[in-house]
Design a protein around this ligand. Structure first.
Ligand code: A2H
Length: 253
């Protein structure tokens, strides 16, 4: 991580249908607003390859009113940052509607902006931190070692993790290619480092570093409006496109 502020983009993943547990806690408290999960990402150019969204099962999330028609699901900590970035109507106020624990959100169906898979499910990830970003992570197994490893773990132990196998009915989707690692960078790097599970924290940290650098400096887009362009060129263009289309907003911390 750098010295300056981290400039994320927060993606607006609209709830299509809440899990039964989330429905019970959330739906009566949002005044008919459309609800969005708002994962913070540094890799907007990979959004074509989203396969699911992650929450920390033990993290507490708030639902916050953006206006009379929309609400965001994220940590209180990130809502406090957002209120000083012009996201909510009154600067400094945190318009919390209700609170819900991550495990209750699992199984919720969301829209995935730009995604080849237009609808995806919310799944649990142990390594989500409540001290970074919005506490919500959109998952791109093709290019994120964390996302690839966690979805593989969940598939192997669906019952233990209390996930329905049908929420995991996908393969990594290629969004960029590098000469060294081919079409699925994270899959190749995880294999090279012999990563077995999301508990292999040390190797995952190394894998993230390698995959990120390789994709950014040597990657070429294989999909989308900027197909054939370098990742370095495409990244700011996809970011701008998402924001312009109202599918995302800038978030810094
Ligand atoms: B990235 P940095 Cl394809 N806990 O988005 C754990 N991880 C979190 C998080 C949290 N609270 N909030 C965000 N993140 C993830 C895409 C992606 C990401 C790809 C490849 C690498 C990658 C799809 N997941 O990140 O420590 C989010 O995942 C590798 C580091 O602030 C976000 O970008 O640099 C990234 O970590 C931000 O991590």
């Amino acid at each position: 991580e750098g010295v300056g502020p981290q400039e994320y983009v927060a993606l607006k993943m609209q709830v299509v249908e809440f899990s039964p547990a989330a429905k019970a806690v959330v739906e009566g408290n949002v005044g008919g607003r459309k609800v969005y999960f708002v994962p913070a990402t540094l890799r907007p150019e990979t959004m074509y390859g989203q396969t699911n969204c992650f929450v920390g099962p033990n993290i507490k999330y708030g639902v916050f009113a953006v206006n009379d028609t929309e609400a965001y699901v994220c940590t209180y900590r990130s809502a406090r940052n957002m209120t000083f970035q012009g996201v909510f109507p009154v600067r400094g106020e945190i318009p919390q509607l209700t609170e819900v624990v991550g495990s209750a959100l699992v199984g919720t169906k969301l829209k995935a902006p730009l995604g080849v898979m237009s609808e995806v499910y919310v799944l649990p990830m142990e390594n989500v931190k409540d001290t970074k970003g919005t506490g919500v992570v959109t998952s791109v197994p093709s290019d994120s070692p964390d996302d690839y490893t966690t979805t593989s773990d969940l598939r192997k132990k669906a019952e233990f993790y209390k996930v329905d196998p049908k929420w995991l009915d996908f393969e990594p989707i290629s969004v960029l290619r590098t000469e060294k690692y081919g079409d699925l960078t994270a899959v190749a790097v995880c294999k090279e480092l012999k990563i077995q599970s999301q508990k292999d924290i040390k190797q995952l940290t190394e894998a993230k570093e390698i995959a990120y650098k390789e994709g950014f400096y040597n990657g070429v887009m294989t999909i989308g409006d900027f197909k054939g362009e370098s990742v370095q060129e495409a990244k700011p263009k996809v970011r701008a496109q998402l924001i312009k289309m109202g599918l995302a907003f800038p978030y810094a911390e």
